[in-house]
Design a protein around this ligand. Structure first.
Ligand SMILES: Cc1cc2nc3c(=O)[nH]c(=O)nc-3n(C[C@H](O)[C@H](O)[C@H](O)COP(=O)(O)O)c2cc1C
Length: 281
């Protein structure tokens, strides 16, 4: 397949930005607008106050529901938050992240085992399987796949998004704010809105494929060169974007996992999940 010059240039540029360096592979392989949307992703942390066109929420949710889901159990739900005061309270529960208050739509993605529990109880059926770690993981995976479909849909419509893992900083207070029953857990939030292009976010480079793509079997040692190369790329990226990051990616990542304290409030997650009704056996 031969790509038009315009498409080839777009593809080459996007791959360059995604890896922070020229990317060398069969550039004439298939390309389309979906791939352009995927490779153009960047998290957006500055939004216009412009509201979303009516029907946008429903379009995003239909996209989310089109994701695959384990055994079609659909063990996820989502809460759409548009009330300004509620967004402010959720922002406070997430380290005061300002974009939560600024975006017109804040979606909270839920691992939801309450629905299956409810329907089995209504029918007088057992639900012991819900008490196992496997079911919590399944629900978290389902919620993640659904959310990512919504992200791609939003980006294809010219909207920006940013995930908010900080919804897990104070899960019990988040659950109270959103009226979550037991057996429902807010996995992460997602800001959605029109990006403020005056503060346009850059595409953030990712690890070279040599680090993440393994052929046939896994290899750890061969990743060293790729990691070193990525450290150089990210040090330059942090400087260029004037990001307040100490050192390079390896250093930054190491700091995030150095201790239980580095997980911030999330080191107690197992106990919190237990209290929220997840036994995690
Ligand atoms: C599950 C998850 C949770 C995240 N939580 C936050 C968050 O709380 N605040 C934030 O500003 N960005 C958050 N992010 C965004 C990441 O920082 C971002 O995706 C990463 O730095 C890569 O940048 P990019 O999305 O612009 O490519 C989160 C991303 C994911 C996938």
């Amino acid at each position: 397949m031969t790509l038009s010059t315009d498409t080839l240039t777009k593809k080459t540029d996007l791959l360059h930005e995604r890896y922070g360096t020229a990317f060398d592979f069969e550039l004439n392989a298939a390309w389309n607008s979906s791939l352009t949307t995927l490779l153009s992703h960047r998290s957006v942390r500055a939004y216009l106050s412009q509201p979303l066109p009516s029907g946008t929420l429903e379009t995003l949710i239909a996209s989310a529901q089109s994701a695959a889901t384990s055994s079609n159990l659909q063990t996820w739900s989502v809460i759409a938050v548009e009330d300004q005061k509620r967004k402010e309270r959720l922002s406070q529960l997430a380290n005061g992240q300002a974009h939560i208050q600024q975006c017109p739509l804040f979606l909270v993605w839920l691992a939801d085992l309450a629905r299956l529990r409810y329907l089995t109880e209504q029918r007088g059926l057992p639900h012991e399987g819900l008490n196992y770690l496997e079911m919590f993981l399944m629900a978290a995976i389902d919620a993640s796949l659904a959310a990512q479909n919504a992200v791609i849909a939003a980006e294809s419509l010219g909207l920006g998004t940013v995930y908010i893992g900080a919804m897990r900083n104070r899960p019990e207070e988040v659950a109270a704010e959103l009226g979550l029953p037991k057996h429902v857990f807010a996995v992460f939030g997602l800001c959605v809105g029109y990006p403020n292009l005056e503060k346009k976010a850059a595409i953030k480079p990712r690890l070279p494929q040599e680090a993440v793509l393994h052929r046939e079997t896994y290899n750890l040692e061969t990743q060293a060169t790729a990691i070193n190369h990525y450290d150089e790329i990210m040090a330059a990226f942090y400087a260029q974007q004037q990001m307040n990051v100490d050192g390079n990616w390896s250093q930054h990542s190491s700091d995030r996992i150095a201790s239980a304290q580095a997980l911030r409030n999330r080191a107690q997650l197992r106990e919190i999940l237990n209290r929220l009704g997840f036994e995690l056996r």
